[in-house]
Design a protein. Sequence first.
Length: 204
Amino acid sequence: MVEHDGQARRFWSPAFTPSLSRPVIVVIMGVSGSGKTTVAALLAAALGCQFQEGDDLHPAVNVQKMHSGTPLTDADRLPWLQKIAKEVDGWRARGESAVVTCSALKRAYRKILIGDRSHVTLVYLKGSHDLIRRRMTARLEHFMPVALLDSQFSTLEEPTEDERPITVNIGTPPSDIAATIVQQLEQRDLVASRQQPAMSGSRI
């Protein structure tokens, strides 16, 4: 498993240098077992920015519930989502790039995390129930029991076009997924930079 304690860079063999004209914050979403932590660590290493594991911000009571196989309620998740959103706002205020993981299964959750915040990009790691179940079975050390997978999928509201997600199928290696995300970020950055002069001119 890729570590995310500041040592993640050593696992990334850079085949390219990302070219972004402005800071970017990436929220990586998906059900448990979709590879959020691994991909986020690789992406942060490629971008040369910090990585925050969203699960580390869960209150202890939430972790205890998940350990016991009890699904979290929206009331349980609210302080957790607000804490992640506070981290995002801190990075934005400081003009920093960052990558953060969060299951963000419902649109309402993503509204809290992203909303109309500029330069925050949603990445959705998409995979089949069967593939993720097999992955979770092999991750015995993770606090999310396989029994909760059905609950995760029943809760999942896949992001819609208006949320402008980068959607990546998890059937490819994590390094390829991270590379695809970087390429998509670069394309969006290029489009935005080309549009900026026209937008500025229209105000005159």
